[in-house]
Design a protein around this ligand. Structure first.
Ligand code: SAM
Length: 768
């Protein structure tokens, strides 16, 4: 029997297809004879350097066959050892395992059994079992949870297995049995590694890796790309890694690290089929040894995993139901209570009654992690900014037990349809699907307790799923994507209510391992938004994020972010960062550009620029608190926005811009012409949500707000008059005039009285 997906060893994969290299040779105009000559040359040199020729694959296969006839072959031990649950109750006729549900697209409503989740796949991808990971932009941007079908076989199936049932009585025995199997497998793998090491570690051996030809640049074998012999190429990679690992002892005299590194990269490109650009980018993330393990792991598919939909069932019930259908599975690991790892299946996993009833979703294990880090609570208001096809949205819904409200957004309409399909199938009733460019989201609404940004990315963490990433990602992608990711992350931050009683958190994740798309994006957000800080993700495993990389320094708190690698954990490559919002976002935060200018793409120096404090003071509050009426006007407009379901705070940026750019007179003119203009409304929420405003929200009805707005809008002229009056009052001359008026009146009165007296006197004189 063949080896199941998880059982594939990541250590020494089978050589790549010769056809690939024949093509390369043809392209380079190199004859087969020439390439053979090079191979022989390297083999000869290795021999003269004392190392023995590696054993042939046939020899290894013979040994393996012998072993398997002695005892059954054991599954490869996962980096996160799972607890066995049950063996298949039937002798399963293995069928290809499916891709994840996260790959469905527009036509996903058609129940095409296995196919329904995998539409949007190009013909080539279909063959390869690749998913629809692609962003609307046309450039491949990845969904983190995808998986693809691959034939599944079990090596250790026999009649006794078929009798096994998942019962309390035998589960302990089964566990022991599987543990034994895994231990034996590990032993086997170790022995194989030691044997391989023996072949290349003969005492005193200094591998002759670099060419002596003076024609070759720096001694690097320029024909390496043509990969004449895969086995030899592989051996040379091994040798070079070994030299780089112990340079002082193993390097040949007069040779530099750079020369060995250049040779290694060339060989990696030839052997694994990467572009030089990407090979170097990925290589730089690791030590040479670890880089080798990473490239190796990318040649092996990750396990197929199901996420139990706890809105519909329990994991144990689901496991039992699937086992009864001929599925071999076990819990994904102690870190998850809802994941099931599938080894083989007699039925299409995308068409079982349980699947159709929404009891599970096919989702890569690492896709659980961002949602676990987000830790949504019941009754919260959550935003999933880039959510299609909804693997994480439906997970959030399950954790919230269908309470509260989730806004599931995606800018790609057709992917959003797939999202709706999943939301319905899985019975998530607290989800509102929206179709915005998430960079605009703060203008649409805000005040969320938590926001998940599972960002579009290059997919360098899921190369095993889509090997095309090896060659189709260019430097431009690693400029454009981080730019978009930065904008999206700032929008995510601006959409959160920092005063949320239960939350105020943002989780940023990608299925890429590059620093440009991860640490640099996070660092950028930290510098642009002083009102957020990184916090622990709460995830029990994962490597620390970088705090420095290639001469760039990041905030020390980046240690709290988590990195996942295929070679380290047998999961898709992933990155997770969790932020806590501590205060309102600075001015201009909700502008569509988020203040990210094109020249900002230029790396890290921009990332450190603090947001000027003066800007915040002037733009947010300055100019609006001066006059009473303006305050009331603002309040009314905020209420109106709330009534419309929009977040007044999201419009603060526009207002700030206007208030900063337009002088007071112009503002007044505009207002008197269009007091409740839509555009203006957007830009006129001055203050971020604070405790006070929250209580306002509760106590005041939106209708009041509207009434107020109407009243205000009817009195622009009055306001102008008042302003004019108040200006006059400030004028000293006017003041004097006004203060003398009553005196004049008195004077007049007293003059009249005097006149009257005089007249009386005259009259009395006449009378006399
Ligand atoms: C990694 S996938 C998300 C996967 C999803 N979170 C899940 O778990 O199923 C990235 C998504 O971002 C979407 N996207 C790309 N640019 C976007 C933007 N500007 N605004 C919103 N969504 C965007 C893509 O359509 C894609 O569906």
């Amino acid at each position: 029997m063949g080896v199941g997906r998880r059982m594939k060893k990541q250590g020494m994969p089978e050589p790549l297809d010769e056809a690939h290299f024949t093509n390369l040779k043809r392209k380079a105009g190199m004859s087969v004879t020439e390439s053979r000559e090079e191979a022989k040359g390297y083999a000869k040199k290795r021999k003269t350097n004392g190392s023995s020729e590696p054993r042939s694959r046939q020899e290894k296969r013979d040994r393996k066959e012998k072993k398997s006839s002695e005892g059954k072959k054991k599954p490869f031990t996962n980096a996160l050892p799972p607890t066995p649950m049950k063996k298949s109750s039937k002798k399963a006729e293995a069928i290809p395992l499916p891709m994840s549900d996260e790959e469905m697209d527009d036509d996903s409503d058609a129940v095409d059994l296995m196919g329904d989740e995998f539409d949007g796949i190009s013909s080539n991808e279909e063959d390869a079992g690749l998913g629809d990971d692609f962003l609307d932009s046309g450039s491949e941007v990845y969904d983190s949870g995808d998986d693809h079908p691959q034939a599944m076989f079990s090596e250790d199936e026999d009649e006794s297995d078929a009798e096994e049932k998942l019962t309390a009585a035998n589960i302990a025995g089964l566990t022991r049995k599987l543990d034994d199997q895994m231990a034996a497998e590990a032993e086997d793998a170790q022995a194989e590694l030691e044997e391989a090491a023996l072949q290349t570690n003969i005492a005193g051996d200094r591998p002759h890796v670099l060419d002596d030809d003076s024609d070759d640049e720096g001694g690097v074998k320029t024909n390496a790309l043509l990969a004449p012999d895969l086995q030899l190429l592989r051996t040379r990679i091994n040798d070079t890694v070994r030299v780089l690992d112990d340079f002082s002892n193993l390097a040949e005299e007069g040779r530099s690290r750079a020369e060995y590194t250049a040779q290694l990269l060339k060989d990696i490109c030839a052997y694994y089929g990467y572009s030089e650009y990407l090979a170097e980018k990925l290589y730089n993330l690791f030590s040479p040894k670890e880089a080798f393990a990473f490239f190796e792991a990318n040649e092996t598919a990750r396990p197929v995993v199901l996420r139990t939909n706890t809105l519909r069932t329990h994991r144990r019930d689901l496991a039992t139901a699937l086992i009864n259908r001929g599925v071999t599975l076990e819990p994904v690991g102690k870190w998850s209570k809802i994941g099931l790892q599938v080894f083989e299946s007699a039925v299409p996993l995308g068409a079982t009654p349980e699947y159709l009833a929404g009891h599970y979703i096919l989702q890569a294990a690492s896709s659980f992690l961002p949602v676990m880090a987000l830790a949504p609570q019941e009754n919260e208001r959550v935003l999933d900014m880039a959510s299609a096809p909804g693997g994480k949205t439906t997970h959030i819904a399950a954790l919230m037990k269908n309470t509260g409200c989730i806004f599931a957004n995606d800018s790609n309409k057709s992917r959003a349809k797939g999202l709706i399909g999943n939301v319905h199938r899985l019975g998530a009733k607290n989800v509102i699907v929206c179709n915005y460019d998430a960079r605009e989201f703060p203008k649409v609404m805000g005040g969320f307790d938590r926001v998940l940004l599972d960002a579009p990315c290059s997919g360098t963490g899921i190369i095993a799923k889509d090997p095309s990433v090896k060659t189709n990602k260019t430097e431009k992608d690693f400029l454009m994507l981080p730019h978009l990711q930065k904008q999206l992350l700032l929008s995510a931050i601006d959409s959160v209510d920092h005063a949320s009683k239960t939350g105020g958190y943002i989780v940023y994740s990608t299925c890429s391992v590059t620093v440009e798309e991860n640490e640099q994006v996070v660092q950028y957000a930290l510098s642009k938004r002083p009102n957020v800080k990184l916090v622990e993700t709460g995830l029990v495993f994962g490597k620390e994020g970088f705090t420095s990389y290639m001469g760039k320094q990041f905030n020390q708190s980046l240690k709290m972010t988590r990195r996942y690698y295929p070679h380290a954990y047998n999961v898709d490559g992933f990155f997770v960062a969790k932020f806590k919002k501590t205060g309102p976002s600075p001015a201009g935060s909700s502008a569509s550009s988020n203040g990210v200018k094109n020249d900002d793409i230029d790396e890290m120096d921009i990332d450190r620029r603090p947001v000027p404090e003066t800007e915040e003071k002037e733009d947010v509050f300055g100019g609006w608190d001066e006059e009473e009426d303006e305050k009331y006007m603002e309040k009314a407009k905020r209420n109106l926005l709330r009534k419309k379901g929009q977040d007044p705070n999201a419009h603060r940026g526009d207002m700030s811009k206007k208030s900063a750019g337009v002088d007071g007179k112009e503002k007044k003119e505009k207002k008197s012409k269009k007091p409740v203009n839509g555009e203006e409304t957007k830009g006129k929420s001055a203050k971020a949500v604070n405790g006070e405003e929250k209580s306002e929200k509760k106590s005041k009805k939106a209708v009041d707000g509207e009434e107020k707005t109407e009243k205000k809008s009817k009195k622009p002229v009055d306001t102008e008059e008042k302003k004019e009056k108040s200006k006059k009052v400030i004028n000293g001359e006017d003041k004097k005039e006004k203060s003398t008026k009553p005196v004049d009146g008195e004077e007049k009165k007293s003059k009249k009285a005097v006149n009257r007296e005089e007249k009386k006197e005259k009259k009395s004189k006449k009378d006399k």
